[in-house]
Design a protein around this ligand. Structure first.
Ligand SMILES: [Zn+2]
Length: 314
């Protein structure tokens, strides 16, 4: 993907997954001087400001008792130093923020402002803490579940079923048609009624049971726009822990061009040339009539990659 680092992916952390069952090693890790906590309070991650830049807050170990549910969740080692995510209870939120000199903020808002490693760390922590909050009961029998393996498994106290942190696959695709017969290359972008005014983005949707990724790309494109696609090519992926998705990015070649919009999931869809996209403003740019998706999204990477290929500016 042109060597571009995808936001929330590829953090420098060594996840050290082989240590999650090693209770003696974990106890020693929790007691180390260089252990740090990554606090998450509901939807918010703790961020500090240093020299005018935002950073992930790494808090001292005495701030959140390891007995606080769901316990410290082992994230991994950063240069050998242990990192644990913690779920900060509502009544401790203000005290933790004050003690660390930071503020709890929604990662979806602050993520694009962080260094890549910090964004990846906070995404991982948020995904893990959110999964624990949503998995307190067994999907099979309804009894309470308990965390195991440093927070990477939850086990049903009644029937023993194990649940693992889940990731839901979603496809996101740049549908395009090559230049032909004097017509320039175009790509298909659409807007949801939920988008900010003027923003157009790539199509996307969740993979359904019994579908391949290619099936999902073709179905979603047809459902949302009426366009049939042929060849589908994988481009790259992005963790999107809001709350638990993995965005799988593709390019799909259009075999038809007529658009049929349902008006509900999709408010509008259009074919754009690279020259037209060059006139678009940035996400959040209120002066621009038409805007690109946010810079931290794989949608934007798909659009930028296509523009670079079409204009020979790769
Ligand atoms: Zn159960």
């Amino acid at each position: 993907m042109n060597g571009t680092r995808i936001t929330y992916a590829g953090g420098r952390l060594d996840r050290a997954g082989d240590r999650r069952k090693d209770e003696a090693w974990l106890a020693a890790a929790r007691a180390r001087d260089d252990v740090r906590l990554v606090p998450v309070a509901r939807e918010a991650s703790l961020v500090v400001e240093r020299d005018g830049a935002r950073e992930a807050a790494l808090c001292p170990a005495d701030l959140v008792d390891p007995a606080t549910a769901p316990g410290w969740i082992f994230l991994g080692l950063d240069g050998g130093a242990p990192r644990f995510a913690v779920d900060v209870p509502d009544d401790a939120r203000a005290a933790v923020a004050a003690a660390c000199g930071g503020e709890f903020e929604d990662l979806r808002r602050v993520g694009p402002l962080l260094a890549a490693d910090d964004a990846a760390l906070l995404a991982y922590a948020r995904g893990m803490v959110g999964w624990h909050r949503r998995t307190r009961h067994c999907g099979g029998c309804g009894a309470a579940t308990e965390p195991r393996q440093a927070g990477h498994v939850r086990v049903c106290a009644a029937c023993g079923v194990e649940q693992y942190p889940r990731t839901d696959p979603a496809v996101i695709m740049l549908v395009h048609r090559a230049a032909a017969d004097g017509e320039p290359a175009r790509c298909l972008l659409a807007r949801s009624p939920r988008f900010q005014p003027g923003m157009y983005s790539t199509l996307a949707g969740f993979v359904e049971p019994g579908e391949s990724l290619e099936d999902a790309v073709a179905r979603e494109t047809l459902e949302e726009t009426g366009v049939r696609v042929g060849r589908v090519t994988y481009v790259g992926s992005q963790p999107w822990p809001f709350p638990s998705s993995l965005m799988l990015g593709f390019r799909a070649e259009a075999e038809t061009t007529a658009l049929t919009i349902d008006g509900e999931e999709i408010a509008d869809a259009r074919w754009f040339t690279a020259a037209e996209l060059a006139t678009f403003g940035e996400w959040g740019d209120e002066g621009a009539a038409l805007r690109l998706p946010r810079r931290d999204s794989i949608a934007r990477l798909l659009v930028d990659g296509w523009i670079a290929d079409v204009t020979g500016d790769g």
